[in-house]
Design a protein around this ligand. Structure first.
Ligand SMILES: Nc1nc2c(ncn2[C@@H]2O[C@H](COP(=O)(O)OP(=O)(O)OP(=O)(O)O)[C@@H](O)[C@H]2O)c(=O)[nH]1
Ligand SMILES: [Mg+2]
Length: 379
C-alpha cells in the first residue's frame, strides 16, 4: 500500500487540528516539519471535519484506524501535529503499539539536530529538559512508590525524586552558562548603543527568507536553505544605509505556529537581540497561502517575549513568485508600513534601505537602561 524507503524513521502523521480552508497547507507544513527532522512520511490521518476530535482519544474508531495504518505501512512512529498530554501519549502508544510523539517534541528534535553553536546547544538542551520535566512529574507517577536502592540515591529518595534532583542540577548549570552568554551580549549591545547605532532585527515565520534577506543586505553569507529552522543563532552585522545612518542588522531564529513554550523560554538569550531592537523587519512569505496566519503566529511569539511594543516594518518577500513589482506603502503620516521585495532576486532592496532609514531616524536608539533585564526564571 505504501512505498517504504530503506533507511531512517518512517512516520504516519495525524493532522486533525485545522480549519477547512487551510487544511491542505496545514498538512503540508506538518509534512515539511517531519521531513526536516529526517523522517519519511508514509501516510496522513486526518480530515476536514474531524478537528480537534476528542473522540480520537475516547472512542476506539479512530485509534483502530490509526493502528491499522501503522501496521499496514510498517511505520516506526506516529506524529501528532498538536499537543498531547504525557498520559495521552502513553495511552496511544499502548493502543497503537508504536512510538507516539507530538508537535512540541518534533520541533525540539529538529532544533536539537540543527543547533551548532555552544549557545544554541545549551538552549536546546534546556528546552528538552524542561519538556522532559513535565513528563517526569505527570508521566512517571508509578515510580513514586519505588523503594530507594543502595548507593543510588540520597536517603529516603524515591526514583522520581532522584530524577527530579539530577534534572534540577543540570537545568541550574545550563541556566548559569546561558546567563554568561547573555552578559557578553549585553556588553556588545552597550558598545553599539554608545556608538549611536540603531539595532534592527529581522523576524518572521520559518522559511520566510530572513537569512536570504540578511545576506542580500550585508553580504554576510549566513546559512539560508529551503528548510524549516535553518537559522538558530543570531548573527549581527553593521550596515551602512546612507551618510547619516548606519545600523546593526540581526538575523534571528524563525518562528512557527504553536512553538513550544519551553523552547521560547530557553531561547531567551538568542531572542534578546529581538527584544532589545529599535525596529523589527517582519519578513513574510507573500507567496504563501498561510501568510495571514503566519503573521499572527509571529506576532503571538513576539508578544510572548515582550517585543510586541517595538515598531515593525512588514517586508513582503518573494514577490518574484507573485509577479509583483517592488514598492513601499506609507501610512497617513507618511511613515513606511510595508515594503515589497524579492530577497532572492535582490529586487526592492534600495526601497527597503530607504524605509529603514526613515523609520530609524524617527525612533531614537534604545536606552541602556532597557537592557538591564533579569534572566528568566520561569523554566
Ligand atoms: N522565490 C524566492 N525564494 C526566496 C526568496 N527569499 C528566500 N527564498 C527562498 O526561501 C527559502 C528559505 O530562505 P531562508 O533565507 O533560509 O529563510 P529563513 O526565513 O532564514 O528560514 P529559517 O532560518 O529556517 O527560519 C530558500 O530556499 C530561499 O532561497 C525570494 O525573494 N524569492
Ligand atoms: Mg534563516
Amino acid at each position: 500500500m505504501f512505498d517504504r524507503p530503506d533507511q531512517g524513521d518512517q512516520a504516519i502523521l495525524v493532522c486533525l487540528d485545522f480549519g477547512e480552508a487551510d487544511y491542505q497547507e496545514g498538512v503540508q507544513e506538518c509534512t515539511d516539519l517531519v521531513t526536516s527532522a529526517g523522517v519519511a512520511v508514509l501516510g496522513v490521518l486526518g480530515g476536514k471535519r474531524s478537528r480537534p476530535d476528542p473522540a480520537l482519544f475516547a472512542g476506539k474508531g479512530k485509534v483502530e484506524e490509526l493502528a491499522a495504518m501503522v501496521r499496514g505501512a510498517g511505520a516506526d512512529v506516529v506524529i501528532f501535529n498538536h499537543q498531547l498530554s504525557p498520559a495521552q501519549e502513553r495511552n496511544l502508544e499502548r493502543a497503537i503499539q508504536c512510538r507516539v510523539i507530538d508537535r512540541a517534541s518534533l520541533i525540539l528534535d529538529i532544533f536539537a539536530q540543527r543547533a551548532r553553536s555552544h549557545e544554541g546547544k545549551l538552549q536546546v538542551e534546556l528546552a528538552q529538559l524542561s519538556h522532559l520535566a513535565t513528563r517526569l512529574v505527570r508521566g512517571w507517577t508509578h515510580l513514586e512508590r519505588q523503594k530507594g536502592g543502595i548507593g543510588l540515591r540520597g536517603p529516603g529518595e524515591t526514583q522520581l525524586e532522584t530524577d527530579r534532583r539530577l534534572l534540577g542540577n543540570r537545568v541550574k548549570l545550563l541556566k548559569s552558562r546561558l546567563a554568561q552568554v547573555q552578559k557578553q551580549r549585553t556588553t556588545q549591545r552597550r558598545g553599539r548603543v554608545r556608538a549611536g547605532l540603531a539595532s534592527v532585527s529581522i523576524v518572521g515565520y520559518t522559511n520566510a527568507g530572513k537569512s536570504t534577506l540578511f545576506n542580500a543586505m550585508t553580504k554576510a553569507g549566513a546559512y539560508a536553505a529551503n528548510q524549516l529552522f535553518a537559522t538558530l543563532d543570531t548573527t549581527s552585522r553593521k550596515l551602512f544605509l546612507n551618510t547619516e545612518c548606519s545600523i546593526v542588522l540581526s538575523d534571528t531564529v524563525g518562528f512557527i505556529r504553536d512553538l513550544p513554550h519551553t523552547l521560547v523560554a530557553a531561547f531567551r538569550a538568542t531572542l534578546e537581540e529581538t527584544v532589545q531592537a529599535d525596529l523589527l523587519l517582519h519578513v513574510v512569505d507573500s507567496a504563501s497561502d498561510m501568510r495571514e496566519q503566519q503573521i499572527e503566529a509571529v506576532n503571538g511569539v513576539l508578544a510572548e517575549i515582550g517585543a510586541d511594543g517595538i515598531p515593525q516594518l512588514i517586508v513582503w518577500n518573494k514577490t518574484d513568485l507573485r509577479g509583483l513589482a517592488p514598492a513601499i506603502e506609507y501610512d497617513d503620516s507618511d511613515q513606511p508600513v510595508s515594503v515589497r521585495i524579492s530577497a532572492l532576486k535582490g529586487e526592492g532592496l534600495e526601497l527597503l534601505r530607504e524605509a529603514i532609514a526613515t523609520l530609524v531616524a524617527a525612533t531614537p536608539p534604545s536606552e541602556i537602561s532597557r537592557e538591564e533585564t533579569e534572566p528568566d526564571d520561569s523554566i
